[in-house]
Design a protein around this ligand. Structure first.
Ligand code: SF4
Length: 564
């Protein structure tokens, strides 16, 4: 099976050491990306680690396809112990980092320890340098990029960086790359913040790192490029916002902190509104699909990339705000401060609910800035809804501490089931049941009988994040093409995904998460029975734990090098 190549680079920021470890056997088993990082995290992060303690680790990893020039592969994976969910989380970002990361000659970057000083770490194919950057304390993400451009002649396509939110340990702080692309969900930005890592750059000459070369046999990349470049999908013009009105009219667009299911001003923040503000095409590295959304409003002097659908929901309908420029402004704030727009927007919505201030976009933005800086009430809100809802006097509408994505599990019951059991909580990218239910391929009503589909979807997505293929490439990078690209049967690819889910679950089990956490904060039909069906389909115990005899768990230590 095709897999990434190259060593694991471990950086201990407390000791200021860098160590390379060969992980060929591990890569042969896990392929790269999320699967490799999860196997490492499972083995090397102590089960009792504190998310903000020096023993937690953050992983940045690539898959083999990042060496191709294929559309839908400008992606990278990050994994670590989440300060939001207290379990393992993997998150995925686009942009232009992946090719530069590969050229630095490694497959996985691991950071551990805790530095006394704020650091930038520079990784090249000839070594690692630590730079103390006290002058970047409190700097926004673009200010950090400017510094790296001025002092090191490296653009944002070489960087991951955190903003003030990460430094201030906001539990949903993101790690940003290319200024506008977020490793968004789960707060890994705060994990880097806890280690005092402001920025990491990657640079190399691909020719100097032949050990990472991956050859893809007979790649269908030209066909994929051509189809991506000539597609007339609405998504190419409007990104993920293209479905806003359809979802609002036919299903649900959660509104005013979930008080309503439909937003009367959806037209003002939907795909057409976004397209009107779009001033050029935007893409990730090598991607001819180019679905990104550079937008601008000259009158109010706002320029950003996005907002995507999730931000339209989190800072639009959830706030009762129907002006796309307000949502663009909030999007830019989150990117600059380095925060997940979903968790930030939903947490601000909880605040607006508590103050009866829906519709007040100015207040929403003021509060967003306060969260990033942990000022006043922002300090409370920076903990996320699960930890601050009592103070606000609102319901805790989260799963495993993670704020809900837009796609409403109260209406899409298969998606609701997915939110309940997903190892990373209320995240829509974990299984994507929503797509099947929107398309009518699966009846949105009811939860029973959906477990097998859910398991397949989770395994597929875990492999997709391993390859790494963009979530929006499914119609082009088909199952058949995945078999060609990876020189393996689709079932074997799913098995890589399955082992990844099992390792995540087993890690979380050791931290005390079990069936008591596979619940929703609202009622949908037969959830308890459907969760039992899911455990059975997975071969797990009735209490939601993974049997110790499961292959992925039993074999965990064998391919993963210890760092003792
Ligand atoms: S489809 Fe869109 S998000 Fe995905 S890699 Fe291409 S440009 Fe990036």
């Amino acid at each position: 099976m095709l897999h990434a190549k190259g060593p694991l680079l471990t950086v201990d920021v407390g000791e200021r050491t860098a160590t390379e470890t060969e992980i060929d056997d591990l890569l042969a088993e896990t392929v790269g990306g999320r699967a490799t990082a999860t196997a490492l995290a499972h083995e090397r992060i102590p089960f009792d680690a504190e998310p903000f303690g020096p023993a937690n680790r953050a992983y940045l990893s690539t898959g083999p396809l990042q060496q191709s020039q294929m559309s839908f592969t400008g992606r990278m994976n990050m994994t670590g112990l989440s300060p939001l969910t207290e379990g393992l989380v993997s998150t995925n970002a686009g942009g232009y980092l992946s090719r530069n990361f590969v050229e630095a000659g490694i497959s996985v970057f691991e950071v551990v320890g805790e530095s006394d000083e704020l650091l930038a770490i520079h990784v090249t194919d000839s070594g690692v340098e630590f730079e103390e950057v006290p002058e970047l304390e409190g700097a926004t993400v673009p200010e950090t990029s400017d510094y790296m451009a001025d002092h090191h002649d490296l653009g944002p396509e070489h960087c991951i960086a955190i903003g003030p939110a990460g430094e201030n340990l906001v539990r949903f702080a993101s790690v940003m790359t290319f200024d506008s692309r977020a490793f968004g969900r789960g707060g890994l930005g705060a994990v880097l913040g806890s280690k005092n890592v402001k920025c990491v750059t990657f640079e190399g000459d691909g020719d100097a790192a032949p050990e990472v070369d991956v050859e893809i046999p007979n790649p269908p990349e030209m066909d994929i490029h051509r189809e991506a470049a000539t597609s007339d999908d609405r998504m190419r013009r409007q990104g993920t916002t293209g479905g806003t009105e359809f979802i609002n009219d036919n299903f649900s667009l959660p509104t005013r902190y979930f008080e309503e299911y439909e937003f009367e001003d959806a037209d003002g923040i939907g795909g057409n509104a976004v397209e009107e503000k779009k001033y050029k095409k935007g893409a990730c590295s090598a991607c001819a699909y180019a679905c990104k959304l550079p937008t601008r409003d000259e009158e109010r002097g706002v320029e950003t990339e996005g907002p995507e659908f999730e931000t339209v929901y989190a800072f639009g309908s959830m706030h009762g705000v129907g002006d796309i420029v307000d949502v663009m402004q909030a999007n830019e704030l989150c990117d600059n401060y380095g925060m997940d727009t979903i968790s930030a927007g939903v947490t601000v919505a909880a605040y607006l609910a508590s103050e009866d201030e829906f519709g007040n976009a100015e207040l929403a933005q003021e509060i967003t800035e306060k969260i990033a800086r942990r000022e006043g009430v922002g300090d409370t809100l920076a903990e996320g809804v699960a930890r601050c809802h009592d103070d606000l006097g609102v319901e805790n509408l989260t799963v495993k501490g993670m704020e809900f994505a837009a796609h409403d599990g109260r209406v899409l019951h298969g998606q609701g089931l997915s939110y309940a059991v997903a190892n990373r909580g209320a995240d829509h990218m974990y299984a994507g049941m929503l797509s099947l239910e929107y398309a009518g391929e699966l009846d949105p009503e009811g939860t029973l009988g959906k477990a097998d589909v859910l398991v397949d979807q989770e395994n597929h997505n875990a492999f997709r994040d391993t390859g790494i293929v963009c979530a929006f490439g499914g119609d082009y990078v088909t199952e058949e093409r995945l078999e060609t690209l990876f020189d393996a049967d689709y079932e074997d690819l799913l098995a890589v995904g399955k082992r990844t889910i099992e390792r995540e679950r087993h890690f979380n089990n050791q931290r005390g998460l079990d069936s008591a956490d596979d619940v929703l904060p609202y009622e949908i039909p037969d959830l308890e029975e459907a969760v039992a069906e899911y455990y059975e389909a997975r071969g797990w115990n009735d209490d939601g734990t993974v049997p110790e005899t499961t292959d992925a768990v039993a074999s965990s230590g064998t391919a993963v090098p210890s760092d003792d």
